[in-house]
Design a protein around this ligand. Structure first.
Ligand code: ZN
Ligand code: ZN
Length: 601
């Protein structure tokens, strides 16, 4: 599995090229606004680089062209990058009229932050990089000379607003994004990938295919599912229920809100309060809409006495949760404020943990197969000592023990995984599952979390074989993620051309002339009776226009009906790819299609 780590990217030639291109761009911008441009930071990022500026006016697309032209001249001059170590005093003197640099120098001097304002363990040395007339506060690394940046492989992409230090109370700067590669071909391929991503964008396809909408009066981040989206949801839930039934889950239902006491006990208040909606008060009691389903499932576990014979107990619910995401962070279906989660909580004894955990990993694999997800990685997120008692439950012994249990289970089960420190949930280590769509875009879909804290907080217990009370472990899992995130992913993964079982309309009947409409309706009812979703296009349009429209809606089967089909009790089958399968008897089509949908091929 080729996953480039952050460290190896930082040591790559591409990183040096992009970092150097950012400096070249900054020089060009400063020359464009002599004495007026204030420069902030300009790091390399995935696929490119950016630089933040405070300028006397807003940049236009024409400006970007002019900046690009000047960049080519700087590259052609082939001047060297020179590094110099200076004292904080010298650095301050050099950047007298650059307030953002002054702030960064102060951070470097105090230690604890690098020149991008990112946290840093050691106190860094203050260094400068100079190319020609431009000097930047910079740790490097760079290429040796500007000529090593390929002018045919650099492109400025866009300008966007960005708050200084990401803080909405600080000034809004102009951020220029650029991309840089080693060769013109690589740049070209990157641009093609971007085009393809735009074509598959779930926000664009979601509205074209009438899957979901957002409405101002309903509120940001609160999607409304249209009938086509409703079908996708029903089909996903049907899949989940089938799979979970076989895997020994039982289904429960819980309310959308609960008293403050519940979330105090669970630890969501205060650990998770920032992500919760504010409370509402009723009869002197504060209620919160739930950010997670767990506390209510714990209450169901606690609703009667349990013995080891009841374990593992696997409680499943497609639960609706509400989380407060900042307006600026909302993004289509990927970041929303209301979400329906493929949730379940597994309560088990310690010696059942490994097999339960691996059974959950097995579910992930089953879903990957159904959705043709070929590339994925599991990321084990662990705690960090410094966060104990703050963002993590304060019990180091249990953290180390459960992290070790998960690690061992993954190693024993031959599951490829990466380990990242300091990204765990507040009540235990978690495994995030990242998947790649058909076009190679990365999504974080699902999490699998181990919880050693909440069962204790809820006084959950079972009587073990020795007749003694014991606290169960809890596994939180959501392999199909939330409907919002999953459907957002699937739209992009399939570019809207869903497999038959998921397609909102599975077959469009296309009568050639008015006299064929009656027969088309008969075929439609036969298909419906067989459980297939079929519609009739009885508009007075020409056949080719109807076929084109059905293709645009990405309907898997178009069934054309003319005199011959009526006579032979047949349909002429066309696929959305344009393939013409010719005429087949209605009964034969119906059986094939039903089987294809049932097997979720
Ligand atoms: Zn730099
Ligand atoms: Zn949970």
């Amino acid at each position: 599995m080729a996953i480039q780590s952050k460290e190896s990217y930082q040591q790559s030639e591409l990183y040096r090229i992009r970092h150097s291109a950012a400096h070249i761009m900054a020089q060009a911008v400063m020359e464009m606004f002599p004495g007026q441009a204030r420069i902030a930071i300009g790091p390399p990022i995935e696929d490119g680089f950016y630089y933040d500026f405070e300028l006397p006016r807003a940049l236009t697309p024409d400006d970007l062209e002019q900046i690009e032209r000047r960049m080519r001249e700087i590259i052609a001059a082939d001047v060297p990058y020179q590094r110099q170590v200076v004292s904080a005093e010298e650095a301050r003197h050099l950047f007298t009229d650059q307030p953002y640099k002054q702030e960064l120098i102060e951070g470097l001097e105090q230690g604890g932050a690098d020149e991008y304002g990112e946290p840093l363990d050691a106190k860094p040395e203050i260094s400068l990089y100079t190319q020609g007339t431009f000097t930047d506060l910079c740790r490097g690394p760079h290429v040796e000379r500007t000529g090593q940046v390929n002018p045919a492989a650099v492109k400025l992409m866009s300008v966007a607003g960005a708050y200084w230090r990401g803080d909405e109370k600080r000034p809004m700067l102009q951020r220029i994004y650029g991309t840089a590669w080693k060769t013109a071909e690589e740049l070209e391929q990157h641009l093609v990938r971007l085009e393809e991503a735009k074509r598959r964008d779930h926000r664009k396809l979601g509205s074209e295919l009438e899957i979901f909408v957002f409405d101002d009066e309903v509120g940001p981040g609160l999607p409304l599912w249209l009938p086509n989206g409703g079908i996708l949801i029903e089909e996903l839930e049907r899949l989940a229920k089938e799979v979970e039934l076989k895997a020994g889950y039982v289904r429960v239902r819980t309310p959308h809100l609960a008293k403050e006491d519940l979330f105090l006990r669970s630890g969501h208040l205060p650990y998770y309060a920032e992500s919760m909606y504010p409370p509402m008060e009723l009869e002197g009691v504060r209620y919160y809409v739930k950010p997670m389903n767990c506390p209510m499932h714990h209450k169901i576990f606690a609703s009667k006495s349990r013995s080891y014979r009841d374990l593992p107990l696997r409680l499943a619910e497609y639960g609706t949760c509400y989380r407060y995401e900042k307006s600026g962070e909302l993004f289509g279906l990927m970041r929303v404020r209301s979400m329906q989660m493929n949730d379940a909580h597994i309560y088990c004894a310690e010696d059942q943990f490994e097999s339960e955990f691996m059974a959950v990993v097995g579910l992930y694999h089953e879903y990957f197969r159904v959705f043709n997800i070929e590339k994925y990685v599991m990321r084990l997120s662990t705690h960090h000592k410094q966060g104990l008692g703050k963002k993590y439950v304060d019990n180091e012994r249990l953290w180390l023990k459960t992290e070790d249990m998960v690690r061992r289970a993954m190693v024993n089960g031959n599951v490829p995984f990466l380990e990242v420190a300091d990204e765990a949930a507040f009540y235990g280590p978690k495994v995030d599952v990242q998947v790649w769509s058909a076009t190679g875009r990365e999504f974080t879909l699902a999490t699998n979390q181990v919880d050693f804290a909440q069962p204790g907080r809820f006084d959950l217990a079972f009587v073990n074989q020795e007749g003694k009370e014991e606290t169960p472990l809890c596994i939180h899992r959501a392999p199909l993620s939330t409907h919002e995130r999953m459907i957002g992913f699937l739209i992009e993964h399939y570019a809207g051309a869903f497999p038959l079982w998921l397609a909102p309309v599975q077959a469009m009947l296309i009568p050639i002339a008015d006299r064929h409409v009656g027969y088309a309706r008969q075929v439609q009812s036969r298909l419906k009776e067989a459980g297939l979703r079929a519609e009739v296009d009885d508009r007075g349009e020409r056949m080719n226009a109807k076929i084109r429209d059905a293709q645009k809606k990405k309907i898997p089967y178009m069934l054309v009906i003319g005199d011959r089909e009526v006579e032979q009790e047949a349909v002429a089958v066309r696929l959305r790819s344009g393939e013409d399968r010719g005429g087949i008897p209605v009964q034969a089509f119906l059986e094939q299609a039903r089987q294809e949908a049932e097997e979720r091929r």
